[in-house]
Design a binder for this molecule. Structure first.
Ligand code: DTR
Ligand code: ZN
Ligand code: ZN
Ligand code: CA
Length: 438
């Protein structure tokens, strides 16, 4: 299968493609808590992803308790996602098919622009089983892909590759929707798909962090992201053929994806590295009626949603920022109410000289009364730069802002800390993510 690389065998084409994908995915910095991204992917707000889960739950509740193929809850889910994407400027297409005597639907959303000869796809199956709402399986993947697509629109991203997002029908009947899509994609169009990223169950309540071991560049992109936030990963071993990426892999398209586990039980070693409960299933509600909005790990959903955005930004970009230009930490850090200051660290290394006079600190702090917060950037030598003072009158939510600091007196390399203190009682929050750009 020629992947749009004329005159080459599949193997060579895949590696050639890997080279293309690699161009957009520079090696991450070695320093834990810091990583270089080809382009600065935004933090995907957990609250926005969970708002979609709430909608999918409401849809299931209003339609017989599920969002299964052939049932009204599935079409209502398609309509919800399509409306969001139409409003955000995507070109959407609803592809119909028949399976088990019922009409099924795939939703395809193209982001205008980019080289359509190098199309990067990301998708998730939108259907549930008939026994429940299917919130982890797979509203979690559907919501993360939707919110990433909306983030592309908010950023008005113009990557070198063309972006296409997809929500599949009838995956639970045997990858029916994604197989229908691939089988009906003309071979000339298939060869333009540079890669397909799949997200099926990414919020399991007792989560593992599994990365598909298929295309090496895609796999490394995900691994780099999790290494950058200090989260160990494992190779997904039960995945082959188990979700929609198989439809693409079967025709030679490079694939990758993320998974937090289903009915298998978490081992003691896995609980040691990830937390959670050993001897218990990653998702005890897999394919059950209890797969509702309470069947989600917020931390896993947040981390994986951010990983989706990182992969889209990294793998679709033809430009690269010099490694080390951008350092981030997306691990959540709770800020105690009227308590001690907390810090989140990024380690800068490999740079020469001092930091710039226009060092940028972009912060994303979730809080229900941001006037409570005092925020400092602390240089490696301990010098503190005040980014934000407290204010008893600023009752708005969240601090999502970028501050410019004249740090030219500071050596660039070392541990830089974001220090946050809640100085007034009531209301609380957490550091969602922050990044330092040189
Ligand atoms: N078949 C998927 C869930 C699933 C089971 N194992 C894996 C591995 C990789 C991705 C998904 C899955 C479903 O029930 O939708
Ligand atoms: Zn399933
Ligand atoms: Zn699934
Ligand atoms: Ca986050």
């Amino acid at each position: 299968m020629n992947l749009s690389v004329p005159g080459r065998t599949l193997t060579a084409a895949v590696f050639a493609l890997a080279g293309l994908l690699a161009a957009g995915a520079p090696a991450a910095t070695a320093a834990p808590g810091a990583q270089a991204a080809a382009l600065a992917a935004p933090d995907i707000p957990l609250a926005s992803v969970k708002a979609h889960l709430t909608q999918f739950q409401s849809i299931a509740t209003a339609n017989g308790g599920n969002r299964a193929h052939g049932r009204p809850g599935y079409k209502a889910s398609i309509d919800y996602v399509k409306a969001k994407l139409d409003a955000a400027g995507f070109t959407t297409t609803v592809q119909q098919f028949t399976s088990s005597g019922a009409t099924g639907y795939n939703l395809i959303a193209d982001w205008p622009g980019g080289d359509t000869g190098q199309t990067l796809m990301a998708g998730a199956h939108l259907d549930s089983v008939s026994s429940g709402a299917g919130i982890n399986d797979n509203a979690s993947g559907s919501a993360a892909v939707l919110e990433t697509a909306l983030a592309v629109s908010r950023a008005q991203l113009q990557p070198s590759k063309h972006l296409r997002f997809a929500w599949w029908g009838a995956e639970e009947l045997g990858l029916v929707g994604s197989k229908y899509y691939v089988n009906n994609l003309p071979s000339a169009e298939r060869s333009k798909v540079a890669g397909y990223l799949n997200f099926d169950m990414i919020g399991s309540p007792n989560p593992g962090y599994f990365v598909y071991d298929d295309d090496p560049v895609i796999e490394q992109t995900f691994k780099d992201y999790f290494a950058g936030i200090g989260v160990p990963t494992e190779i997904e071993t039960e995945g082959d053929g188990r979700s929609d990426h198989a439809s693409f892999k079967n025709v030679g398209i490079p694939v990758g994806g993320l998974f937090t586990g289903a009915s298998r039980t978490k081992t003691a070693a896995q609980a040691q590295k990830w937390g959670g409960t050993s001897g218990q299933a990653f998702d005890r509600c897999y394919h059950s009626s209890c797969d509702t909005t309470s069947n989600i790990s917020d931390t896993a959903l947040d981390r994986n949603s951010d990983a989706v955005a990182h992969a889209i930004w990294s793998l679709s970009s033809g430009t690269t920022v010099p490694p080390g230009d951008f350092y981030e930490n997306a691990a959540d850090v709770a800020v105690p109410d009227a308590g001690a200051a907390v810090t989140s660290t990024v380690t800068v290394s490999g740079r020469t000289g001092n930091a710039p006079a226009t060092l940028k600190a972009a912060v994303d702090i979730k809080h229900t009364f941001r006037g409570d917060l005092v925020i400092d950037l602390v240089a490696p030598d301990g010098t503190a730069y005040r980014l934000k003072n407290s204010s008893s009158s600023d009752s708005a939510d969240n601090v999502i802002a970028t501050y410019t600091v004249n740090a030219s007196a500071e050596a660039a390399n070392g541990d830089w800390k974001l220090r946050v203190q809640d100085v007034a009682r009531y209301d609380t929050g957490y550091i969602d993510s922050w990044r330092l750009t040189f």
